[in-house]
Write a protein of this length. Structure first.
Lengths: 112, 93
């Protein structure tokens, strides 16, 4: 696996509390699954960095190798892989995403 | 063998599910980045298996993804996954 890609991923998920690897951008998602995660995070008022893997083929494969997870989107909180669309949505509905963010000290709108 | 049958066969062998539903939903993703004009690119999969007991969400989906590694490499672009234990399945009605 490309060492520079791994280094970049590590840096991005260390420097930003919440990172979403996605297809498209938070404003213009290119895939329904990516859009669904953006919607959950936006609704919760979580500040996150969206990284578009479509514009970077090395990253597109690199992120899958990094997490050993074959699909996009992928959500990371404080450097840890949380899951893809089904997991994020499910966790949000069960209140587990809220608990995770609180536990990790990430700010969000708790009234949402 | 079509992809749906391959997915069913592998998940049945690997997870001995008490309930398994595999649905081809590729048409819902027509025109989007990962859509394959031949179809069989997106599946909706529900697996109910005792093997998920005491296993976290990410690990459950990894079990499924590992069993379907070849299919994901070839044609299948994304899975919408529900991975439940028999007790969770009963509770969800």
């Amino acid at each position: 696996m490309d060492q520079t890609v791994t280094e970049r991923i590590k840096r991005d998920i260390e420097d930003n509390d919440v990172v979403l690897y996605m297809k498209g951008t938070p404003v213009f998602p290119q895939c329904g699954f990516s859009a669904a995660v953006v919607q959950v995070l936006s609704h919760m008022g979580v500040k996150f960095k969206g990284i578009d893997i479509l514009v970077d083929p090395a990253l597109r494969q690199g992120i899958k190798d990094f997490s050993n997870w074959p699909t996009i989107p992928q959500l990371y909180v404080k450097g840890e892989f949380v899951g893809g669309c089904d997991i994020v949505r499910d966790m949000y509905e069960q209140g587990e995403l809220q608990s995770l963010l609180k536990e990790k000290g990430v700010a969000f709108n708790e009234a949402a | 063998m079509d992809y749906r049958t391959r997915i069913e066969t592998k998940l049945t062998a690997g997870l001995e599910p008490v309930r398994l539903a595999v649905k081809d939903v590729s048409h819902r993703h027509a025109g989007h980045a990962g859509h394959d004009p031949r179809g069989e690119s997106h599946f909706d999969v529900t697996v109910v298996s005792a093997r998920f007991e005491g296993v976290g969400r990410v690990a459950r989906q990894r079990l499924v993804y590992d069993l379907l590694a070849d299919e994901l490499k070839e044609r299948v672009h994304a899975l919408q996954l529900r991975t439940l234990t028999p007790a969770e399945d009963a509770a969800s009605g």
